[in-house]
Design a protein around this ligand. Structure first.
Ligand code: FE2
Length: 377
């Protein structure tokens, strides 16, 4: 099979997007200790305290810390008692992404349009209100125990949403230049990529803009397949990976084993200055995959001229790739929890709209080294 590359088709004026998305509203993580996780994301990634909800604000069963950096909003939620579905989620999956929340103009319509196309309801439209106005939210299930919430905040002026109060902290480490969610990747089980591609096409009106088969993404040992789904305006992109047969265990299989099912593999975050951002992140203790020097010996032959000096890119382990529209710089963190599950990508796009296909081999070899060290290859 060959790689297919399709530009998102321009929609004719007659064809309206039934699920117009304005981008990612927030990413919510279910974690074992939200207070400490919030401290980690502030310290290591430079997020700022934004809002809090918990017993003090009238929420008895859980505590949530909202942190923000530019347009990137994370919510870290932990259960307060054992008999709670969030506790079960953490028991099963470890810390991980529960909610990919999407910003919409009309959360009621988003729920109606998706559920009538076969989406399984997670939350019927509900209006939350306080002195700062009204916020409407609704939601549907996606792969594994992950959900999409539709957030309508056009009539809300508060700091985050009703039920939350402003979180002011004496500890405000500087930001690291992280800007917004570029894409979020899901790992799904054997033969499940195409059913989930169909879900995003039919239920959410997304299009498949890129396909990578196991020939594109394989090393001597392991393989995976991936299809990139994009919404109409390209603001929201969800690549979907499934494992493929190789001599040894694929990184997606390792994830599925340890996450105990399907879920978000990585969140890619944009920056305008990857050298500065990654230098900062490394100083603050964020660990990244190591790329062999041999990669840098030939990379410019493959990608041609780039504006940046190669030396700092090599020192930091930043990867480079080019497509028809430009190039991109990217780097991948190690998992940010003890289970080898969720990690982050930092990406700077200089015209390129693709996902770094030219880096897959070097990247997966680096990943396999880590997998091998864990005894999971
Ligand atoms: Fe990515």
């Amino acid at each position: 099979m060959e790689t297919t590359i399709a530009a998102p088709k321009a929609r004719s004026s007659a064809e309206t997007d039934f699920l117009p998305l304005q981008g990612t509203d927030y990413v919510e993580f279910y974690v074992g200790n939200a207070k400490q996780a919030a401290h980690f994301y502030k310290t290591a990634f430079g997020f700022q305290s934004l809002a809090y909800s918990g017993p003090e604000t009238g929420t008895k069963e859980k505590a949530s810390y909202v942190i923000r950096q530019n347009k990137l909003t994370f919510v870290l939620t932990t259960p307060l008692r054992s008999n709670n579905p969030i506790t079960e989620h953490i028991h099963k999956h470890g810390d991980g992404v529960k909610v990919l929340a999407l910003k919409v103009k009309d959360a009621t319509s988003a729920w109606e349009e998706t559920t009538k196309r076969g989406g399984k309801s997670y939350l019927e439209p509900v209006t939350l209100s306080d002195d700062d106005g009204e916020l409407v939210m609704s939601g549907i299930h996606t792969y594994g125990d992950t959900v999409h919430l539709f957030i309508e905040r056009g009539n809300y002026r508060g700091v985050f949403m009703p039920g939350f109060r402003k979180w002011e902290s004496a500890y405000n480490p500087p930001e690291t230049g992280l800007l917004y969610v570029d894409h979020c990747v899901g790992n799904v089980g054997w033969n499940q990529m195409n059913p989930w591609v169909k879900f995003y096409e039919e239920v959410m009106g997304f299009r498949n803009i890129l396909t990578f088969d196991d020939k594109d993404i394989s090393t001597e040992y392991s393989a995976l397949m991936s299809k990139v789904m994009s919404n109409g305006n390209g603001f929201v992109k969800f690549p979907i990976n499934e494992p493929a047969e190789g001599k040894k265990k694929s990184q997606v299989e390792e994830y599925l084993d340890f996450y105990n099912g399907e879920g978000v593999q990585h969140v890619a975050v944009a920056t305008n200055d990857i050298v500065k951002t990654v230098t900062d992140l490394q100083k603050r203790g964020v660990e990244f995959l190591k790329i062999p020097a041999s990669y840098y010996a030939t990379v410019l032959d493959r990608v041609g001229h780039i504006d940046e000096d190669l030396e700092p890119l090599q020192q930091l382990g930043i990867l480079i790739d080019r497509d028809e529209e430009g190039y991109l710089l990217q780097i991948f963190s190690k998992p940010v929890e003890d289970r080898p599950t969720l990690f982050f990508e930092i990406i700077q796009r200089k015209g390129a709209k693709s996902f770094g296909k030219g880096n897959f081999k070097a990247l997966f070899e680096a990943l396999e080294k880590e997998q091998d060290a864990r005894g999971n290859l």
